[in-house]
Design a protein around this ligand. Sequence first.
Ligand SMILES: [Zn+2]
Ligand SMILES: [Zn+2]
Length: 231
Amino acid sequence: MIKHLIDLFFHPGCLICSTPAGAKICEDCRSGIHFIKSPLCTTCGMPFPSKESHDHLCGKCYKKRGPFASVRSVAIYDGILREAIHRFKYNGKTSLAAVFGEMMKASIADHDYDTIVPVPLHRKRLKERGFNQSLLLAKSVAKGLDLPVDYLHLKRVRETSPQVGLTVVEREGNVKGVFRIEGTPFFAAKNVLLIDDVITTGATVAECSRVLKEAGCKRIDVLTLARVVFL
Ligand SMILES: [Zn+2]
Ligand SMILES: [Zn+2]
């Protein structure tokens, strides 16, 4: 009874656009999200513009494999999703983590992960923002998968200048030595799901994966909510 009254006066509505809706994301918003589908690179997850082929290795991964086993992203970083991620990160709309996490969880087929690790923020950035968006996403994904989230051992020890406007090579240089494992290296022989909000060139998740691998991780799969796609 009380729950009905609350629903009547405070209809939860769409978490993205706030219009009353039966679902957490309304039909309009859902159709404005460009979900990434096959064909894509079996390793780095980059979607191919042609819709007429199967998943295969892209030219870049063919030349040089990343330190991760796979990278997958839910949707393209544009339009409604980009606006929603901005509100999530910069306007403190952290309630979006629940719906974003559900979207991410839905894109995981079967898994044998031992732990989830979010891409860490630098202490200073964390202080400014008040939260690590990747940790909120990781916790949301972990909920349904019944997995532990480890955010204490992979650290961002150096601040990076914003990656925007840098070339791929510059980005790779920009993240060198940024991450470090602190404390007991318990990642040894573990399968890790590494979580980030947005992937651009992949330099950040590649560097995190490299550090985790060095610490003895068996396998690292990367999952991000969104991905910048250069078409
Ligand atoms: Zn909506
Ligand atoms: Zn690739």
